[in-house]
Design a protein around this ligand. Structure first.
Ligand SMILES: Nc1ncnc2c1ncn2[C@@H]1O[C@H](COP(=O)(O)OP(=O)(O)OP(=O)(O)O)[C@@H](O)[C@H]1O
Ligand code: SF4
Ligand SMILES: [Mg+2]
Length: 321
């Protein structure tokens, strides 16, 4: 049984102008100890998926259906009291721009200790010891726990936020743009460190990023999102070697295809659709060179085109490696 099994997840935001179709029929899974990446342009619904799983959506969000089995338990239907036990201890999240949300008037270590004491029964002394261990794990000198956030560099803050996510020993960490604010070298170093920690602790990770180059190296499988839909999902080598969805291909085509080479998501011609009024059928059809009549009226299902490789497209571009 996978650690996380997401099926047909659908949620919209209700606004004065109508519903924003943020997440529509998203299906994927995550194995114990596995790292996956979710990529796509800004506004395609990545954070909304994470917030749906953790049930931290704002009041105007409307859950419309689907399920998310975490260790066999459907998160979408858990009472809030049970959900509280899952957050931090089962699944913890590194929020987008989390490093800027460290409280400036408290010592960094104390903020982590407080989070631990809120979610598990642990003495102050034990928690301090654990923070020291976690700091070493993420590459921070343990003495730094008695310093304030303004005494930290951006990279150090991000490491502290990762230590906080690890504090309650979760089975899964969702990391939303965990390194976006940092320079490329620091990003790379931190992601490698997270990856080492993940392997040591046999923890699962779900990375979320608009930049495929950043997460490809540390993700075993990648899901590509477009306008609230998961359009392609497969192992990282397959996705780079044989992308089949026209959107994934377009994103990657501007780059020479060296195996395993890093690539960035490129801005495509045309605008990403307005999720208040998404195009009917396949949401990519107004920008797709392969679109036919059916694409404009019927949404393609997520089909498996080879073992472990799914694509939501009426005309997948299946190519030999
Ligand atoms: N509270 C809200 N009310 C209405 N619309 C919202 C709300 N939150 C997000 N949206 C819209 O839902 C869509 C998905 O947003 P989401 O934040 O999940 O995207 P994202 O892929 O995480 O983007 P980014 O890469 O910029 O973080 C966007 O169109 C966004 O404008
Ligand atoms: S379903 Fe049609 S429009 Fe959508 S990506 Fe495939 S070919 Fe293009
Ligand atoms: Mg986001």
């Amino acid at each position: 049984m996978p650690l996380l099994d997401v099926r047909d997840l659908t949620m919209h935001y209700v606004t004065k102008m109508g519903d924003v179709h943020a997440v529509d029929g998203v299906t994927f899974s995550l194995e114990h100890g596995e790292a996956i990446g979710l990529v796509g342009e800004s506004g395609c619904g990545k954070t909304s998926i994470a917030l749906t799983l953790l049930r931290l959506l704002p009041d105007n969000a409307k859950f419309l259906g689907g399920q998310a089995l975490f260790d066999g338990v459907d998160l979408t239907r858990l009472p809030e009291s049970e959900m509280r036990k899952i957050r931090w201890r089962g699944i913890s999240m590194i929020f987008q721009a989390a490093m800027n949300s460290l409280n400036p008037v408290y010592r960094v270590g104390d903020q982590i200790i407080e989070a631990m004491q809120t979610h598990m029964s642990i003495s102050y002394r034990e928690a301090r010891k654990r923070v020291a261990e976690l700091f070493e794990l993420v590459g921070l000198a343990p003495e730094l726990m008695d310093r304030y956030p303004h005494e930290y560099s951006g990279g150090m803050k991000q490491r502290a936020v990762i230590a906080m996510a690890l504090a309650c020993d979760p089975k899964l960490i969702i990391a939303d743009e965990p390194t976006t604010a940092l320079d490329v070298i620091v990003q790379d170093r931190i992601l490698r460190r997270i990856d080492e920690v993940r392997k040591t602790l046999n923890m699962a990770m779900m990375y979320i990023s608009h930049d495929i180059a950043v997460i490809a190296e540390v993700s075993q499988r990648i899901g590509v999102m477009y306008a609230g839909h998961l359009v392609e999902f497969g192992d990282t080598v397959t996705l780079f070697g044989r992308p089949a969805h026209p959107y994934t291909i377009a994103l990657m085509s501007a780059f020479p295809s060296l195996r395993g080479e890093k690539r960035k998501l490129r801005a495509l011609p045309g605008e990403p659709p307005d999720l208040l009024r998404p195009p009917p059928g396949c949401r990519f059809h107004p920008r797709c060179p392969f679109a036919t009549e059916i694409c404009t009226t019927q949404a393609p299902p997520q089909d498996m085109i080879e073992p472990g490789h799914t694509v939501a497209c009426w005309h997948p571009q299946v190519r030999r490696s």
